[in-house]
Design a protein around this ligand. Sequence first.
Ligand code: SAH
Length: 466
Amino acid sequence: MLLTIRTTHQPATDLGYLLGKNPARAQSFELAFGAAHVFYPEAADDACTAALLLDVDPVGLVRGSGTLDQYVNDRPYAASSFLSVAISRVLRSAMAGSCRERPELAATPIPLVARIASVPVRGGEAFLRRLFEPLGYELAAERLPLDPARPEWGDSRYWSVTLTATRRLSELLTHLYVLVPVLDNAKHYWVGDDEVEKLLRHGSGWLPEHPERDLIARRYLKHRHSLVRDAIARLVTAEEPADEEEKADARDAEEQAEEQKTSLNEQRLQAVVEALKTSGAARVLDLGCGEGNLLRRLIREPRFTEVVGVDVAHRTLEIAADKLKLERMHESRRARIRLLHGSLVYRDRRLEGFDAAAVVEVVEHLDPPRLAAFERAVFAGARPATVVLTTPNAEYNVRWPSLPAGRFRHRDHRFEWTRAELAGWANAVAARHGYAVAFHPVGPVDDEVGSPTQMAVFTRGGGPAG
Ligand code: SAH
């Protein structure tokens, strides 16, 4: 992760005073997530360039959070909130506009060129322009290929961005501090809750007039809504590419539309809540919680003292946080609910020690070869006393007039099981991990093909492995 700032203001080496970093020597700083290095690739009277290089330690970053997939993420390579945190730590006084040796220069607009070597951008060049041009920057952006050696692989979502303007250095740094994390609309690693407040404070003076103010604010507030408070320092998993997420959103909307017609969704959630209540569980997981439809019902029941939603799609969790109105939730309720970003095909310590887990309409989204990993993560790893799992009953599909023969109910479904197929899988899982399993229909029961949804309730201790 590399940011360079160049000036041709003369004497250009005064940039060293403005940054409070001597051009003659390289300096390194230890930050919570790795090291930051400041050095000057050029330092002459007519032009001077300062470089801020971040060396993010992806292992240290997620230390203690317990899932393997967290080691595989793009944070180390992309500018993001780390860059903001580094600017605020390493270039603090420059960002504040204070400079003991050249105070008048700090208050003077000077020609500046900032270049971020690689930053993930959701929304492309048009979005970059909407963010930076209203602030008076001339912008040049180049989309980076996925792999320069393999042009046939196409473009990545990373951009190299160059901003040119005559501004005070403090303004440039503040704009980068606020806007770089907005670019990818992804999860961010903030050192503490107050980082959010800082962001808003740094926006004062320019953000209120920015034409994209609402969008910028929304992206921040979203991050604040969702995971910042809950999952701090455990930010995780390779993201779905943005386009995929958008498609997933559309698909989910489609699925919901289908389902609302029948209110099957409603019946299913009710059946799951009933099964969880019957189990006597107090601390419950909703694995693959999606937009939080089940969470909303669970949190209404005081008997559930801890309710934790887990999903692999970060965007979906943000929607869940919005829909649940976590921000405005009464404190006593808010304290009982958490959202975690994580994948169900990796073992995750955070999911251990719960009484029950719901897995509602999730398994059919997993590639069949990953079912074994899912089984290990849930039944050997998390190992709750009760697992309530629902999945479509493929046999029932012939009763859906709108569904062409042989088609799944949802484009993202990797399979749909008959009753015998679910029973085959669930009985084997139960036997391997010491659970007993019982099957229940959900929705109207047809004599021939059964119910549209099938539910399996696993109870630990009921099987041979005890
Ligand atoms: N249980 C919810 C959502 C069902 S849709 C409901 O009934 O409304 C399936 C959900 O599983 C999606 O939100 C998807 O992001 C999530 N999912 C798919 N694969 C996953 C994985 N490997 N780990 C965690 N969640 C996953």
